[in-house]
Write a protein that binds this ligand. Structure first.
Ligand code: TYM
Length: 331
């Protein structure tokens, strides 16, 4: 059976981008593959969270994984820092990751531009840690959103380079996966690019948002003054709302608003109202479970412990072999 690995950085609540880009696939994949889904708390250290925030955020993602339907009996759910073998593999892979190629990564360049005062080495080697997450379980499939494609390419480079260096077909090649569909990019509400936590207030809708918060955010979404000619190309901000509609609403609803737009009869207020209600409906079962599971500390503890044991079993097998291949021997 093929192995699947994926994770979410523990920087707080999950938004619709995380859900439709990644977690929804996790839920589908757990029935067909050997799945490892983790909470990337090592990765979150690049932004220096306080100890209290760190733990709270890890808990939040764990709760939301469970609320979204990841089943700890089917998939292995774990916290990255509970598996120290990952950091050991990260160290080894760092020895043959080159500074030049890491500096050329798009996500690194974006981070440098956004936070020029915090260009730390962890940011530079972020793709190496991500490769370690994936290769530690010898995974071949990685359910992620479109923004992670380049990281997957780097994971293949690092795995192949290790194989070549030691003349051994050890790590298989991991590929981004979305059930043969294109990888997903969920747009934000600011009329620009993708939905993301750090893209500013109101851009992201979280799975845990209350209905009124969702209504307010959607009603404030950026649009233009409306089309003036039939079948006009949509500006980015309006296209974004239609893209969201495609994910949360029925096909009929989507076609209805598409028709109104093409005939210049669209009223953005109506579209937004429908979009907000459909998001609320789609999120409702998860939102209720989030509240419920958050309070069950003993269940969360049991899930995390069980997941850590299973993940370490797989990770320690890989590390034992890696040490042998590299040539570490005990006296
Ligand atoms: P992170 O935490 O930024 O995002 C987690 C997942 O959500 C997806 N995503 C989106 N998909 C579509 N549209 C969006 N607007 C959107 N925003 C976020 C991301 O593509 C991702 O799949 N580096 C990873 C975490 C990670 C990881 C790994 C993933 C660490 N190690 C190993 C896979 C395998 C990250 O920062 O994701």
């Amino acid at each position: 059976m093929e192995t699947v690995v994926s994770g979410i950085r523990s920087t707080g609540k999950l938004h619709l981008g995380n859900y439709y880009g990644a977690v929804k696939n996790f839920v589908q994949m757990q029935n067909e593959y050997a799945c490892y889904f983790f909470i990337a708390d090592f990765h979150s250290l690049t932004t220096h969270p306080t100890p209290a925030d760190l733990h709270g955020n890890v808990k939040q993602v764990l709760v939301e994984y469970l609320a979204a339907g990841i089943d700890p009996e089917k998939a292995t759910i774990y916290v990255q820092s509970d598996v120290p073998e990952i950091s050991e593999l990260y160290l080894y892979l760092n020895m043959n990751a080159y500074v030049g190629e890491l500096e050329r990564s798009t996500s690194f360049k974006d981070k440098v531009r956004a936070n020029p005062d915090n260009v730390n080495a962890g940011l530079l080697t972020y793709p190496v840690l991500m490769a370690a997450d994936i290769l530690i379980h010898k995974a071949t499939k990685v359910p992620v959103g479109k923004d992670q494609e380049q990281h997957l390419e780097m994971a293949r480079v690092f795995g192949n380079r290790f194989n070549r260096l030691y003349s051994k077909e050890f790590f298989p090649e991991p590929y981004a996966f979305n059930f043969a569909e294109q990888l997903v990019k969920i747009p934000g509400l600011d009329g620009k690019g993708k939905m993301g936590k750090s893209e500013g207030e109101g851009n992201a809708i979280f799975l845990s948002d209350e209905p009124d918060v969702i209504r307010k955010k959607v009603m404030r979404a950026v649009t233009d003054s409306g089309p003036t000619e039939n079948d006009e190309v949509k500006p980015q901000s309006v296209q974004n709302l239609f893209d969201l509609l495609k994910f949360v609403s029925s096909n009929d609803t989507f076609k209805h608003f598409e028709g109104l737009y093409n005939d210049c009869n669209i009223r953005y207020g109506d579209l937004k109202k429908q979009l907000a209600e459909d998001i609320i409906l789609a999120n409702a079962p998860m939102r209720e479970k989030i509240n419920f599971i958050s309070n069950d500390t003993s269940y969360l503890k049991q899930v995390a412990r069980h997941g850590a044991l299973k993940a370490r079993e797989s990770a320690s097998n890989t590390i034992r072999e890696v040490r042998e291949i590299i040539g570490f021997k005990s006296f």
